[in-house]
Design a protein around this ligand. Structure first.
Ligand SMILES: [Zn+2]
Ligand SMILES: [Zn+2]
Length: 301
């Protein structure tokens, strides 16, 4: 079924800074299955598998994930093309749900071309599809976007918040170096009922603020990085019913595989690391995260 996804949607290989392009071996399967709630499988990464496509095909990705106990993924988007791809993938394979959006770093580009309203209208249309369960990723990124692009970013973020509410679906926030403005925007306009900070990047104090507001915190492979004590501190204070896990694949490959391609089937490394940090059994944390994921995005079936 998945080979119905046109390969022409495959974007560039994410080879920047990669030391070894071979996909790592499969980790030991999880006894209690979970979901990867944020990844970018339209970005081919790693060497050809002989299938004609670069990297792994969608079906290969999902089969590997399933083999280690990852039952499904939420495919995130950043522009019109990837949003369409996410919906097509979700409609072709029951292990995928779609998140659609114009990324905060893409919003200024659309705005400069006079196409931001048109792009957001496409997101609105795609958000109505039954397997679209989130608006994402949207938010603010002050790391990669400087003035004058930030005005477009703010306008786009607020439009996306409105779309999540309109369609009654979750929202995945991308927040890079913009914690205060993301939080104050949510407070000012009102957050969607189910708001997820994808690749949570704050500290314990921010995690407490998010938990208080009822937001979900999604931890990615960078929680395993040596220099990321702030993320481990944040994890420690996050209520269990607000914790999610993601790969953000093909980015943020967890320790000890940094430099290799990332993929949803590597979730067990991050999950086991998080469980150890929390002094929990991986099965117990996995069961909680699986329940949280379904609460945010609904059922995959
Ligand atoms: Zn992001
Ligand atoms: Zn992402």
């Amino acid at each position: 079924m998945s080979d119905a996804i046109p390969e022409t949607y495959v974007r560039e290989r994410a080879t920047d800074g990669r030391k070894d392009l071979r996909y790592p071996p499969l980790p030991d399967p999880l006894a209690v299955p979970v979901y990867d709630n944020h990844c970018h499988l339209e970005i081919a990464d790693g060497p050809s598998t002989g299938s004609g496509a670069q990297g792994l095909t969608l079906a290969e990705q999902l089969d590997r994930a399933q083999a280690v106990g990852i039952l499904g993924v939420v495919q995130a988007s950043g522009d019109i093309e990837s949003s369409r791809w996410a919906v097509a993938a979700a409609e072709a394979d029951p292990r995928v749900l779609a998140a659609v959006a114009i990324h905060p770093n893409d919003a200024p580009t659309y705005a400069a071309a006079g196409r931001l309203d048109e792009a957001i209208a496409v997101v609105d249309e795609l958000a109505a599809r039954p397997r679209t369960r989130a608006i994402g990723e949207t938010g603010l990124d002050y790391f990669r976007t400087e003035e004058p692009g930030r005005a477009a970013q703010h306008a786009s973020f607020e439009a996306h918040i409105a779309l999540a509410k309109k369609h009654g679906i979750a929202m995945q926030i991308h927040d890079r170096d913009a914690h205060d403005d993301v939080l104050s925007t949510l407070q000012r306009v009102g957050a969607p009922e189910r708001t997820v900070f994808h690749c949570f990047s704050g500290d314990a104090a921010m995690a407490r603020i998010c938990a208080e507001a009822g937001y979900y915190l999604s931890f990615a492979g960078n929680v395993t990085f040596k220099n990321a004590q702030n993320l481990r501190d944040a994890l420690a204070v996050t209520p269990r019913e607000r914790i999610l896990v993601e790969t953000d694949a093909p980015f943020l490959t967890p320790v000890p595989l940094r430099g290799r391609p990332n993929a949803p089937y590597l979730i067990p490394l991050t999950l086991r690391f998080m469980a150890a940090e929390l002094g929990l059994d991986a099965d117990e944390l996995g069961a909680q995260i699986a329940a949280n994921t379904l609460e945010v995005y609904g059922s995959f079936a």
